[in-house]
Write a protein that binds this ligand. Structure first.
Ligand code: ADP
Ligand code: MG
Length: 728
């Protein structure tokens, strides 16, 4: 057999779509593998059920006797689903999810055994998890991390395992995961928003943050994946000449989905539905073999669990269909990258979306209050927003012409811009006359329920208001949404608290409630003006204008991550009660480490692929050319031979040039790596990898990609973009 690539090509041509049983009534499957409240009602005694519901919505402690009852009910239900094991399912800072499986089975005597699962096992566990990143929080001698049950997210069964969503904390109580700070941020924003809602409606007792994510991804055939060490090790291609046909025809966007891809989607969507993930839309994305999947929005913590679950399901099910899913932000240079838009809003227990314009002046003033406070929070903490989406993968996407820029700004549409401008100018400093107040109220009352220009929205903005929610578009496709959601909900909680304080002070000094609110909003509008941008976020002019406005443009991860130790940021997290300074520091260190590891791996793979595979295949072709040239000389004589071998000699020269320069760059990269590896300080090391090592990636790649275009097709060792992106 020729090389691996030829074998892969052959395999792919002979694939057929897997047959998937179609269930016409998908609604009947919804949530069937979830221990949701209806199942609980069935399996739990009335009292325990009531307590459990209360705990799920308030996050209060569950007493031990109830925990035993819940555990026993969970186990009985899981056994009917064929489960044999259980696991605490948690979200370490590596970005993936983790689980450690234990059997229900317990021997109790010779030849005798029972299925056991009690409150202790449900509530807390000590997985042997000492090798998860902890940023120095857990010394190895106390390398214990605990998982603790999160009763606000329901347990579920996957395959033969009961999965229990948990937080992951150190022996000394510090968060080692994403879920614990997320729950704290959600609690903080709930409290702060309820307080502000009291100005408008005393009935509001709870506010939940809502999240609707949109997951983008690529599919490649597993045979191609397995013959590319870069895809296997780094999740993205580190080499590869652009294919002749890319996305220029835009014929993939919303085009028909291939039969093989459809079969895969059908299966993973059905499994998602069974797990209670309300997936509804699927379509092709702009790039070839790129797709998107989005569910209905849900309460933020649950929505995030569902996203992680979905990413996991996608990977498992893709393998069954001989595909591999690529969740990396930029798997193919020159082709659109993948993001995960985070649609975010706040909703009350009275059924009101606080970021949707209302039907009358009062509800519109409430909308404006939450809307303007969001803009102000984004303005005050734009660096933090940038930091929470930073990562080696997302660096290839942000500011790369088809993704939101690395500069954080907010788009709100022309109608709302006009209204904010009006409030800015028309609210008078001193006491306002009744006429002036009426006029303003009229204007606010005029906010239409459907904001016309937001349907035709600006897709180049990293943070856009889309009519009834904000859409944070800069989040990377592989990210845990909690990273972004912790920040947004924390800064919002902080802002709303401040707002309440300021408005209360105004009311105390004699201003009417509406007037106090309006005057405070006016201040926020003025103060946050520079974060609003309605133009083209992809344009070069914006980079200049943003600089003039004093907005940060943090283009790479090491620079963006420095924000985490800003004094303002440390104080914010501590004040809102989301992360302690120690936890923050640990997180920052982990982020720097992850960045360095990722670049280290990429650098190694680049070296191995270039030296171990590309150079030998180029030499093979060089030898072929040499033999041919020599033959022509031998037969035709020196003069005639030279003429006849003109093209071959030219090729040989060009190939040799690229080969030599590529090899030199590989050597230089190795030297730079060795130097960077000696650096002790993790932040400095990350900067060295970014500035001194990564620069060689592009250079090496440039010559390798040229060689790909010069060397005989069949000797090239790796599947080409045209094959990976276009064979179905
Ligand atoms: P696109 O951005 O691809 O055009 P949409 O605008 O239709 O797609 O995206 C809508 C997304 O916003 C969906 O995932 C939906 O669940 C989510 N969404 C809608 N309303 C809310 C809300 N109040 N809170 C959070 N997410 C929401
Ligand atoms: Mg979107």
């Amino acid at each position: 057999m020729a090389n691996k690539r030829m074998q892969a090509y052959h395999d792919v041509l002979h694939r057929t779509p897997k047959h998937i049983e179609l269930n016409s009534k998908i609604s009947e499957l919804f949530g069937e593998n979830v221990f949701h409240s209806e199942v609980m009602r069935e399996y739990l005694p009335g009292d325990a059920y009531k307590k459990m519901k209360e705990v799920a919505s308030t996050g209060k402690q569950l007493d031990r006797s109830i925990a035993d009852q819940v555990a026993s009910a969970m186990k009985d239900w899981a056994l009917t689903k064929g489960a044999t094991h259980y696991t605490h399912w948690f979200q370490p800072l590596t970005g993936a999810t983790a689980e450690k499986h234990d059997a229900f089975f317990k021997p109790i005597g010779p030849g005798k055994a029972i299925e056991q699962f009690d409150g202790d096992l449900l509530v807390q566990q000590e997985p042997d998890a000492s090798s998860f990143p902890n940023g120095g929080i857990r010394n190895t001698f106390e390398a214990r991390g605990y998982t603790a049950w999160d009763p606000s997210s329901p347990a579920f069964v996957i395959g033969k395992t009961l999965c229990i969503p948990t937080i992951f904390i150190s022996y000394t109580g510090e968060a080692l995961d994403y879920k614990m700070p997320l729950l704290k941020a959600l609690h903080a924003v709930d409290e702060a928003a309820v307080d502000v809602c009291q100005y408008f409606d005393k009935n509001v007792k709870k506010v939940v943050a809502t999240l609707g994510w949109e997951q983008e991804y690529f599919l490649v055939d597993k045979a191609y994946f397995n013959s590319r060490p870069d895809l296997q090790m780094a999740g993205r291609t580190l080499f590869g000449h652009a294919s002749a046909k890319g996305q220029q025809l835009d014929d993939h966007y919303f085009g028909s989905i291939s039969e093989r891809a459809t079969a895969f989607m059908r299966e993973f969507e059905t499994e998602s539905i069974r797990l209670g993930i309300p997936v509804t839309t699927r379509h092709n994305e702009v790039a070839p073999n790129q797709f998107e999947c989005a569910p209905m929005f849900e309460e933020c913590n649950l929505a995030n669990d569902h996203n992680l679950l979905l990413m996991d399901l996608m990977e498992k099910i893709a393998r069954k269909h001989d595909f591999r899913v690529l969740l990396h932000e930029k798997p193919f240079a020159g082709v659109n990258g993948s993001g995960k838009h985070n649609n975010w809003s706040l909703g009350t227990d009275t059924g009101v979306n606080l970021l949707a314009p209302g039907k009358n002046p009062k509800s519109n003033l409430q909308f404006l209050t939450f809307f303007v406070n969001t803009i102000k929070a984004i303005h005050d903490h734009s660096g933090l927003l940038r930091a929470c989406i930073a990562g080696a993968g997302n660096d290839h996407r942000l500011g790369a012409n088809e993704a939101p820029p690395a500069i954080i700004s907010a788009f709100i549409g022309s109608q709302l811009s006009a209204l904010l401008d009006k409030i800015e100018t028309d609210v008078k400093a001193g006491k306002m006359t009744p006429e002036e107040k009426t006029e303003l109220k009229l204007n606010i009352g005029k906010i239409p329920q459907i904001l016309l220009d937001n349907t035709d929205r600006n897709r180049t903005s990293p943070f856009a208001f889309t009519g009834n929610k904000f859409e944070f578009r800069a989040v990377g496709s592989s990210a845990n949404c909690a990273g972004a959601m912790i920040v947004i909900n924390t800064i919002m909680a902080n802002q709303l608290k401040q707002f309440k304080k300021d408005v209360d002070a105004r009311i105390k000094s004699g201003e009417g409630k509406d007037e106090a609110i309006l005057k405070q909003l006016q201040i926020l509008i003025k103060e946050s003006k520079k974060i609003r941008f309605e133009g083209n976020g992809y344009g070069e002019e914006w980079v200049k204008e943003a600089e003039g406005r004093g907005l940060a443009n943090l283009r790479d991860t090491p620079r963006a991550l420095t924000v985490w130790h800003d004094k303002k940021v440390v104080e914010l997290f501590e004040k809102v009660g989301v992360l302690t300074p120690r936890e923050l520091e640990a997180r920052q260190e982990i982020e720097f480490e992850l960045y360095v590891y990722k670049l280290q791996i990429e650098a190694r793979v680049i070296g191995e692929m270039a030296i171990g595979s590309i150079i030998p295949s180029v030499i093979e072709y060089q030898n072929k050319l040499l033999k041919n040239i020599q033959g022509l000389y031998d037969v035709l004589g020196e003069d005639m031979g030279r003429k006849a071998a003109d093209a071959q000699i030219d090729l040989l020269k060009r190939i040799s040039n690229h080969l030599n320069t590529m090899k030199d760059a590989c050597d230089d990269m190795l030297a730079a790596r060795k130097k960077a590896n000696k650096i002790e300080d993790i932040e400095e090391k990350a900067v060295a990898y970014c500035d001194d090592v990564k620069v060689y990636f592009d250079e090496i790649r440039y010559h390798a990609d040229k060689l790909e275009g010069l060397v005989e097709d069949k000797t090239w060792p790796f599947p080409k973009f045209s094959e990976m992106l276009f064979t179905r």
